[in-house]
Ligand binder design. Structure first.
Ligand SMILES: [Zn+2]
Length: 287
């Protein structure tokens, strides 16, 4: 049963309303950073509804920049202590670059390295600090580009929040602490995503590619990537490979080969399975 912390809810609502004033569409979040309102379709396995029924509880599809609607959503979810900002919507078409510090990765360094290799620099923009020491960079995309969500696809520890994704808004309180903005960045307009970075974020064109063939190769490559890990990289490599597997629809097929490969490098089986399950969740799949 969710406990109610009125002060946290009031604060979250105030922050959500000020984000909405900037044109950002928001939705209430629970302490676990999940949409606070339960689906009204919990018991009816009918066709997928994205809010057409008029009720709340459709995750990121609930997001709104209308203050009256935001107040209604928070009134319906008095256990909310945070808010999410929907990515990929007008006017900003927000792209969130989530730099993680989990799994011993140095995502900011990985992003700098990508920038050197692909010749881009991250412009001055809104930076949100997460309670775990990570940071979210807010960038804007062109209206005609649909940037997919991804976890550790660019590099281990770099997650992208795009269309259908959301960012935990600054001022949100979660189980792990409070999200805040990096001093001096709160009132910056979100900066345009550098074109060279945008190219890396967009899916490759699907022409002239035999999916079965490339999947076969991809699968072998991922297993090899795990097999050749040194002791210090075993878990990071396994996580990265498992994320790629799930994103490419190979997760279930590769779970066992990846576990075997990780065991071969000396990783205990239960650790390997936990890492693969975590990759599944990060990429929005059922472990
Ligand atoms: Zn509905």
């Amino acid at each position: 049963m969710a406990t109610i912390d009125r002060q946290a809810t009031t604060l979250a609502l105030a922050h959500a309303l000020s984000a909405a004033e900037r044109g950002l569409a928001v939705l209430p979040l629970s302490r676990a950073k999940l949409p606070a309102l339960r689906s009204p379709h919990h018991d009816d396995p009918g066709p997928a509804c994205h809010g057409e029924c008029g009720r709340f509880g459709h995750g990121v599809y609930d997001a709104s920049a209308d203050p009256a609607r935001i107040r209604e959503m928070f009134a319906a979810a008095p256990w909310a202590t945070g808010y999410g900002i929907a990515c990929g919507l007008p006017p900003y078409h927000l792209i969130g670059v989530d730099l993680d510090t989990k799994y011993g990765t140095d995502a900011p360094a990985a992003l700098r390295e990508l920038g050197l290799r692909h010749r881009f620099t991250i412009p001055e923009t809104v930076v949100v600090l997460t309670p775990s020491g990570g940071r979210h960079l807010w960038l804007t995309g062109p209206p005609d580009a649909v940037v997919p969500n991804s976890a550790s696809r660019l590099a281990p520890g770099i997650d992208i929040r795009g269309a259908g994704g959301y960012l935990v808004g600054p001022g949100s309180r979660t189980d792990h602490g409070v999200y805040g903005t990096l001093p001096g960045t709160a009132h910056l307009p979100p900066a345009a995503c550098p074109p060279a970075l945008l190219r890396l974020l967009l899916p490759p064109p699907r022409t002239s590619r035999d999916p079965a063939l490339s999947h076969g190769d991809h699968g072998r490559g991922l297993v090899h990537f795990v097999l050749t890990a040194h002791e210090g990289q075993r878990n990071t490599r396994l996580f990265w490979a498992a994320c790629r597997a799930y994103e490419n629809g190979l997760g279930p097929a590769l779970a066992t080969p990846l576990t075997e490969a990780a065991r071969h490098t000396g990783l205990p089986e239960h650790e390997a399975r936990a890492t693969i399950a975590s990759a599944a969740r990060m990429t929005g799949h059922r472990p």
